[in-house]
Design a protein around this ligand. Structure first.
Ligand code: NAD
Length: 413
C-alpha cells in the first residue's frame, strides 16, 4: 500500500479538466488541491467544483510556479490548450530547476504537442527535471477496450493465432472552442486532435497484453485528409458565426476528416494492420468512439453509442440544447442513446486511478511521454503522406522538423 495520498494540481480549467474532476470521484488515493488557469475566475470555479464533488479541498493558484511550489501538490495534470504545452512545461521545469518545488509526476493530455519538435522538447524538459511522466490517453483505459482486448487475446489469440487487423474511430460534429479549429494553434485539424486516440488504440489492441508497445512497430503509413463539410460556403459562414472572426475556413481551413492505415511489423514476424478514421463532420446523436480487433477465428467490436440506455422525447418536449445525454450531443428529441457514466465509459476513471497509483508508488506508468512522442510522430507521418499522396516508410526523412500545411494555414483542400 502506498503511504500517502497524492495531492494533484490542475493546469487548465476547461472541458477536459472538468471531465477529470468527475473521474477523480472514482480515485481513492488522491485529492485535487489546486488549479491554475490564466482566467482566475475560471480557476476559482473549477476549484469550487472540485470541493463540491468532494474530490479535494482545491484552491486557485495565481501562477504555475506557485502551484508547483506548494508542498501539498505532488503531481500536475496538464490540461491546457495544445499551443501552451511547451510554455506550461517550461514553467514547471524551471520552477523545479530553481529548487522551488518537487513533483512525483506530471500527466499530460493528448496530444503531447503540436508537432515532433515540440513533443521532443516537452519530453526532454520533463526528463531533465527528473519528473515521472504519464501520457493521458483515456481510450487505452476504457473498460470496453481493456476487457475486450484482454479476453480476445486470452481466448482467441492464444488458441488460434494473433489478431491481424485493428480498427478505431472517433467522430463527432466539431470541437467546442475556437482554438481547436485553428490549425496554427491546435497543430492541425481533426487528424491532430483525434487521430492521436485512434492511432494509439489500434496499436494497443494489436499488442499482446503485458508485451511492450515496441513489439508492434509502425513500418509504413498511409494518410488521407479532407474537408467534407466545413469549407462548404454555408458551413464556413456558420462556423465563423459560432467561433468568431479568426476561424475563417474560406481562407485557412483545417481538415474535418482523416484516415490512416498503419502497417505494423510485429516481433513474431507478422505484418498487421491498423485502420483508423476520425471526423468532425459526423452528425449523429453525439460523440461516437468505436474499436474493433479481428483475428483468424474471432473479432471484438465496441461502439460507445450502443450504450444500453435510450430515451425518447416526443415533439412536445421542447427543451434547451444540452450535453446531458452524451458528449457533443446533437439533438434533444426523438429516440436517443444516453452514455451513462461517461467518465468511466471513455476511460478517464481508470486512467486517473492508474496514473495516481503509478506516481505514488514511483513506478513507470503504462503510458509515458515516450508514447506521446511516438503518437505525434505517427500523426505527422500521416500528414506528410496525405500531402505527398503516397505511402511512407516510418519514420520518414524530415519528420523532426515537419509542420503540416494545415498548421501553417497553407492547406488547400
Ligand atoms: N482525452 C480527451 O478525450 C480529451 C478531450 C478534450 C480535450 N482534450 C485535451 O485537453 C486539452 C484541453 O482541452 P479542453 O477541451 O479542456 O479545452 P478548453 O478550451 O475547454 O480548455 C482549455 C483550458 O486551458 C486554459 N488555458 C488557456 N490558455 C492557457 C495557457 N497559456 N496555459 C494553460 N492553460 C491555458 C483555458 O483557460 C481553459 O481553462 C487539449 O490538449 C485537448 O486536446 C482531451
Amino acid at each position: 500500500m502506498p503511504e500517502k495520498r497524492l495531492g494533484v494540481g490542475f493546469i487548465g480549467s476547461g472541458f477536459n479538466a472538468r471531465f477529470h474532476l468527475q473521474a477523480f470521484q472514482a480515485v481513492r488515493d488522491a485529492d485535487v488541491l489546486g488549479v491554475w488557469s490564466p482566467n482566475r475566475q475560471h480557476a476559482e470555479e473549477m476549484a469550487a467544483l472540485a470541493r463540491r464533488l468532494d474530490v479535494g479541498e482545491a484552491k486557485a493558484f495565481p501562477s504555475i510556479a506557485q502551484l508547483v511550489t506548494d508542498p501539498a501538490i505532488d503531481a500536475v495534470w496538464l490540461c491546457g490548450p495544445n499551443f501552451a504545452r511547451v510554455e506550461n512545461v517550461e514553467e514547471i521545469a524551471d520552477t523545479i530547476a530553481r529548487g522551488k518545488g518537487q513533483l512525483k509526476g506530471i500527466a499530460c493530455e493528448k496530444p503531447l504537442a503540436r508537432n515532433v519538435a515540440e513533443a521532443k522538447r516537452v519530453a526532454e524538459l520533463v526528463t531533465q527535471a527528473g519528473i515521472a511522466h504519464g501520457y493521458l490517453e483515456n481510450q487505452a483505459f476504457a473498460p470496453a477496450v481493456v476487457q475486450g482486448r484482454a479476453i480476445t487475446w486470452a481466448r482467441g489469440a492464444s488458441l488460434t493465432g494473433r489478431p491481424y487487423l485493428a480498427r478505431a474511430a472517433e467522430e463527432h460534429s466539431g470541437p467546442h472552442m475556437p482554438w481547436f479549429w485553428r490549425g496554427e494553434l491546435q497543430g492541425g485539424g481533426v487528424l491532430n486532435d483525434m487521430m492521436c486516440h485512434s492511432a494509439l488504440v489500434v496499436r494497443h489492441l494489436l499488442t499482446k497484453p503485458g508485451a511492450p508497445s515496441s513489439s508492434v512497430r509502425p513500418a509504413r503509413v498511409t494518410g488521407h485528409i479532407a474537408s467534407l463539410k466545413w469549407t462548404r460556403p454555408e458551413y464556413a459562414k456558420r462556423l465563423q458565426q459560432m467561433m468568431g472572426k479568426d476561424v475563417d475556413y474560406a481562407k485557412a481551413p483545417a481538415e474535418d476528416f482523416a484516415s490512416v492505415l498503419i502497417e505494423f511489423a510485429a516481433d513474431d514476424g507478422a505484418t498487421v494492420l491498423g485502420e483508423a478514421t476520425t471526423s468532425w463532420s459526423f452528425v449523429g446523436p453525439g460523440l461516437r468512439l468505436s474499436a474493433e480487433l479481428l483475428g483468424p477465428e474471432y473479432s471484438m467490436a465496441w461502439n460507445s453509442l450502443d450504450s444500453g440506455l435510450q430515451l425518447f422525447f416526443s415533439r412536445a418536449v421542447k427543451g434547451e440544447a444540452g450535453e446531458d445525454l452524451v458528449e457533443k450531443q446533437n439533438a434533444e428529441i426523438g429516440l436517443m442513446p444516453v452514455v451513462a457514466g461517461e467518465p468511466a465509459v471513455y476511460g478517464y476513471e481508470a486512467e486517473d486511478r492508474h496514473f495516481v497509483r503509478a506516481f505514488l508508488k514511483g513506478e513507470p506508468p503504462e503510458l509515458t511521454f515516450d508514447d506521446g512522442v511516438e503518437v505525434v510522430k505517427l500523426l505527422m507521418t500521416a500528414y506528410m503522406s496525405a500531402e505527398q499522396g503516397k505511402t511512407l516508410d516510418f519514420p520518414p526523412k524530415g519528420l523532426e522538423a515537419f509542420v503540416p500545411a494545415v498548421a501553417k494555414g497553407a492547406w488547400k483542400p
